[in-house]
Design a binder for this molecule. Structure first.
Ligand code: SF4
Ligand code: SF4
Length: 99
């Protein structure tokens, strides 16, 4: 089966709402970080600003229709999370989204 087809991020959003500790900055350059609007950046500037466990850049409703407001410039950790991997499955299970 093709996991890219089976896991539709645009009707999910679970990994973007799973933990405030997750969307942290890591290997980004200063130039890359400068592209992220400050309103989405945490006060300590160590990662994305979250409201509870939900990243402030997540748009829409979990399990229904979601998108990332800064998709083109999102942090590296967000780029490495792949549909069907461990983090994905954990987040989906937390929200009761079937795998
Ligand atoms: S939990 Fe998986 S399917 Fe859902 S948005 Fe994240 S990577 Fe995509
Ligand atoms: S920056 Fe975008 S991809 Fe990363 S956690 Fe926030 S909403 Fe999700």
């Amino acid at each position: 089966m093709d996991t890219q087809t089976d896991f539709d991020c645009q009707t999910c959003g679970a990994c973007c709402s799973f933990s405030a500790d997750w969307p942290r900055f890591s290997t980004e350059s200063d130039a890359e970080l400068d592209l992220i609007p400050l309103k989405y950046v945490a006060a300590d500037e160590a990662g994305m600003r979250c409201e509870g466990n939900r990243c402030s850049a997540l748009v829409g409703e979990i399990r229904s229709k979601t998108s990332c407001a800064i998709y083109a410039v999102r942090p590296h950790v967000c780029r490495t999370c792949s549909p069907g991997d461990f983090e994905c499955l954990s987040a989906r299970e937390f929200f009761g989204i079937g795998n």
